[in-house]
Every structure is written in structure tokens, then in C-alpha cells.
Design a binder for this molecule. Structure first.
Ligand code: Q9C
Ligand code: ZN
Length: 344
């Protein structure tokens, strides 16, 4: 399997993030991708290729133009105001406050365009996220050219980013950019299967009222797990998208058997949909050793996941999302991809 590697990921390198009111060492760090790249090479998974630049237009198909402009220039604005290091939002337009007027204040726009204080905006966030989207589009090119599957190795992740906000360590929604680009290239039905520990609120929201992208997810129950405010089982789509969204929240601490049952339920719905392309938001924070998550998958389960996904039978684009047990994520990701390749 070919890997498209985002060589700019290291430009986004936060030292700290807010957690329970304190600054703690960041979880979403460049070493994550370094470990995965090493594991991909050690396993001789296949060629490792650089992204091709497809420009801003395919990103603007799912993100608001004003949001993209903001993220691109935000860190320079922060420095110009005398800010040091990474920028964090501190105020949000919640219920009763207006989000239809873009304030001039930088602090206000940080809040307007974000969902949490856990996502440091760094000097290289835009560069890394821009090239992550380009890597995803390049991966799509290879799948559309006939590759059975392609893996996109990138960070920061994408699935929490909405059309006009960042959060959950994400800035650009790579899965959404790739899905929309696939439709723009002539496909009519795309499935996104999200196996990250966290619900992909951004991806769900972007396609919630549409029937041309089916979003399905297995994740920690938002009653107790981030992103808290989306990802319940009763979210099945709206308007023309009714019936094209499926959530399988599981309690923190759920067993591996429960996890695979939920995966089967997801895949049954996607099978009935009969997509021409499967995009997998591949977070491996479902790992038992993950420091911020509470499922218990391990190497054999990651391998089994890959086999099950292969048996689904659609051309498959794997996009890297979460996974914070830094030294283990390379082996966990490779277990999925090798499980996929070994099955038929
Ligand atoms: N500091 C993804 O896996 N913060 N995002 C949790 C720990 C949010 C995870 C608190 C976690 C977001 C792509
Ligand atoms: Zn996650």
C-alpha cells in the first residue's frame, strides 16, 4: 500500500495545551507521525510519496473562505499584537450571542472560529494543515487511479474541524475535503467511516443534510467523552441527509467485543448504501494504552480491523486522525494496514 506523507507536519509543534485548567505537555506532537513513518518503512508497507499541491480551491469546497483566511493569517496577527508562542481562544459566541458578525478583535475571532481551548494555534498550524489536505487529495488521486487502498500519514488530524471552526487538535477536515473532491471528480456516493476514539463532529456536521456522503462512527459516548456536544445515536441526518448518518457511541471502558459489534453495525449500514469509495478516519486512540481515551484495542484487534475493512470491498482511503500513545501508534497503524493487505 502506498503512503502519502505530509512532510510539513512538523511545522505544527505545540509544546502545551490546556487540560483541566492547566497547561500540560501537548499530546498531539510531531513525534506521532515520525513513529508512524518509521513503522511504515520498517514494515516495507510500500512507496512513501510526497503530496502534490492542488491549491486552496478543494479546501474551500468544505470550509468557509473567511475561516481559511483567518487560520492562514492568525498566528501572524497574534505575534503582531505582541502575543508570544502559541495562541489560544478564551471567549466563544455561545447561545444568545451573535456569530453572524465577525468582530475586528483578534481574541473575538479566535473564539468565533474555534470550539475549544485545547487546540493550540501555532506558527506552523496553517502550513501543516494545508499540506495535510493536499496529502489527502493526493491519496484520493491514487485511489481514483485504481489503487485498492492508500494511506495518508498526516497531522494535525482533521475530523473535529467544522466548516468554519477548529478544535480537538484539528484545523482542516481532511476527510471532508477528500470526500467532496471525490464527488467533484464524478463519484456520486462516498462513505466516511470514523474509527477514531472521538466522534468526528466536524465531518458529521459538514455532510449532515446531504445524501451523497454517508458518515458512520464508532466512538466514546459524548455523555462523558470529547467532543461532548455531538455524536449521539439519535443523530441520523436531517433534510435530504436523513438516514445518511449513523453513530454508535460506546461507554468509556467498552470491551473489544462491543467495539467490533458496533463496527459491524456501521458497516452493515454502509454496505446498504453501496458507496463507490470508503474513506476511513483512522484514529488509533482506541488503543488500550492511549493516554486520553478509554477503549482497549491492541495489535491483534487493529489487524482484525484492517481485515474487516478489506472485506467491506470498496476502494479505501485511510486518513490519519488521532492516537496519542506516541511510541505505539506506528505499530498500531501498520497493524491495521497490514491486516487490510493480508485479507481478501
Ligand atoms: N487534553 C483527536 O483525536 N482534548 N482529537 C482532550 C486531553 C480533546 C482528540 C483532553 C481531544 C481531541 C483527533
Ligand atoms: Zn481521537
Amino acid at each position: 500500500m502506498k503512503t502519502i506523507y505530509n512532510p510539513h507536519h512538523g511545522a505544527h509543534a505545540a509544546t502545551h495545551e490546556f487540560f483541566r485548567g492547566k497547561l500540560v505537555p501537548a499530546f498531539e506532537v510531531p513525534a506521532r507521525a515520525d513513529y508512524v513513518l518509521q513503522a511504515v518503512k520498517d514494515a516495507a508497507l510500500g512507496e512513501v510519496l510526497n503530496p502534490v499541491d492542488h491549491g486552496l480551491a478543494p479546501m474551500a469546497r468544505v470550509h468557509a473562505a473567511a475561516y481559511l483566511r483567518f487560520v492562514e493569517g492568525a498566528h501572524a496577527e497574534w505575534l503582531a499584537l505582541g502575543g508570544e508562542g502559541d495562541a489560544f481562544p478564551a471567549v466563544w459566541p455561545v447561545r444568545s450571542l451573535r456569530s453572524d458578525v465577525e468582530p475586528r478583535s483578534f481574541a473575538a475571532r479566535m473564539g468565533l472560529y474555534s470550539m475549544d481551548s485545547g487546540t493550540p494555534l501555532t506558527s506552523g498550524s496553517w502550513e501543516a494543515a494545508y499540506w495535510g489536505a493536499q496529502a489527502s487529495l493526493t491519496g484520493l488521486d491514487h485511489v481514483l487511479a485504481g489503487e485498492r487502498s492508500v494511506y495518508v500519514l498526516t497531522r494535525p488530524p482533521g475530523h473535529h474541524a467544522g466548516a468554519d471552526f477548529f478544535g480537538g487538535y484539528c484545523f482542516i477536515n481532511n476527510a471532508a475535503v477528500a470526500a467532496q473532491a471525490a464527488l467533484d471528480r464524478g463519484l456520486s456516493k462516498v462513505a466516511i467511516l470514523d474509527v477514531d476514539y472521538h466522534h468526528g463532529n466536524g465531518t458529521q456536521a459538514i455532510f449532515y443534510e446531504r445524501a451523497d456522503v454517508f458518515y458512520a462512527s464508532v466512538h466514546g459516548d459524548p455523555q462523558t467523552e470529547f467532543p461532548f456536544f455531538l455524536g449521539h445515536a439519535d443523530e441520523t441526518g436531517a433534510g435530504g441527509g436523513e438516514g445518511f448518518n449513523a453513530n454508535f457511541p460506546l461507554p468509556a471502558g467498552a470491551s473489544n467485543e462491543q467495539w467490533f459489534e458496533a463496527l459491524d453495525a456501521c458497516l452493515a449500514q454502509l454496505k446498504a448504501y453501496a458507496p463507490e469509495l470508503l474513506i476511513v478516519s483512522l484514529g488509533v486512540d482506541t488503543y488500550g494504552g492511549d493516554p486520553i481515551s478509554h477503549f482497549t484495542l491492541d495489535r491483534p484487534e487493529f489487524s482484525r480491523m484492517g481485515q474487516v475493512l478489506r472485506e467491506f470491498g470498496a476502494p479505501t482511503l485511510f486518513l490519519q486522525e488521532g492516537g496519542y500513545a506516541t511510541e505505539a501508534i506506528g505499530l498500531n497503524v501498520v497493524a491495521v494496514l497490514q491486516g487490510f493487505e493480508s485479507a481478501k
